[in-house]
Design a protein around this ligand. Structure first.
Ligand code: ZN
Ligand code: ZN
Length: 319
């Protein structure tokens, strides 16, 4: 926690006064030293929303007072991947909070095209969750889940809970497994079923692994039905042991889901939230003030539900 220079607004940028920031596994990986950042001290955070307070000279479609959520991955928009629409594959992508200074600050500069206006009526908790919910919707789409299908969500951390909501939205029947009792209880409260009610060898046409633990990936593979799809959202550099016999005999599809594409991902999430009462902010449980940020980071990994930091002074200023 320290003073940080005021951001300066480039011609294509806007200055956003931040209202809320969700904490996520990649932030915790930076804090624990498992993920390197270009410089220290560093500004963390990439799941954020706020209000525009200034716009650059070349910005035409954003204005002060507008409420926005930040899309915190900036692909180059020029390479082959970007031109084909698969911006998640961009090798030049700048990742906010990882390769670019993050959003957990009172004011930040953001390229205007990576800010998305959202209605004033939306609760700040739901807006804070737009980015991780976009990942969740993308994972469910990649899984090929159709209405009525069962889906096993492995891991009931914040990303697992958002995937659970996305499965429910798609008309699927979600089962959630997590060794942390508080986390799995929260998932059951939010509409998940307990796989313990099924035979121990029950399999699922769609399985989504959100924890990143290699053991969880192994379990996820074992629970994927013949012809089914396993989507990996969680990640680890530790290897997982997998049986190619199982992979081949069951004709499994395993796909990694890395974020979302620009602009399709955020456009789809914001339209979906406008049309359906999904309230992804329900996964936010512990709220901290900015001054309590160190405590928020220390506790986030052990708390059921997603931890977030709100900047109420900024929220008042915006009104
Ligand atoms: Zn995140
Ligand atoms: Zn690119």
């Amino acid at each position: 926690m320290d003073d940080w220079p005021e951001p300066s607004c480039g011609p294509d940028e806007v200055i956003v006064t931040i209202q809320g920031v969700g904490l996520c596994g990649s932030d915790l990986a930076v804090v624990s030293g498992n993920r390197e950042v270009p410089a220290l001290p560093w500004v963390l955070g990439h799941e954020a929303c706020g209000v525009i307070v200034a716009t650059g000279d070349d910005v035409a479609h954003r204005f002060p007072g507008q409420r926005v959520v930040v899309e915190p991955n900036y692909p180059c928009l020029a390479c082959g991947f970007c031109r084909s629409g698969v911006t998640a594959g961009c090798r030049n992508r700048r990742a906010v909070g990882i390769s670019e200074p993050g959003l957990l600050a009172e004011r930040v500069a953001v390229p205007a095209r990576f800010t998305w206006p959202v209605p004033e009526t939306w609760d700040v908790t739901d807006v804070v969750c737009v980015e991780p919910f976009t990942v969740a919707l993308n994972a469910v789409r990649m899984s090929g889940l159709t209405a009525g299908d069962t889906c096993l969500v492995v891991g009931a951390g914040s990303q697992g809970l958002l995937v659970l909501l996305a499965v429910l939205h798609a008309g699927g029947v979600p089962f959630v497994v997590d060794p942390h009792v508080g986390r799995s209880e929260l998932a059951f409260q939010m509409g998940a079923q307990d796989p313990a009610v099924l035979p121990p060898d029950a399999t699922f046409p769609a399985v989504i692994e959100t924890s990143g633990a290699p053991e969880a990936f192994e379990h996820a593979l074992e629970r994927t039905a013949p012809g089914g799809t396993l989507i990996a959202v969680g990640q680890s550099t530790r290897p997982a042991g997998i049986s190619t016999f199982l992979l081949v005999q069951r004709r499994l599809t395993v796909r990694g889901c890395l974020i979302y594409d620009h602009p399709a991902g955020f456009a789809h999430t914001i339209a979906t939230l406008g049309e359906h009462d999904l309230r992804p902010g329900r996964v936010l449980r512990e709220r901290f003030d900015l001054a309590q940020a160190p405590k928020a980071f220390a506790q986030a990994a052990d708390i059921a539900g997603k931890t977030w930091i709100s900047l109420p002074r900024n929220e008042e200023m915006a009104r």
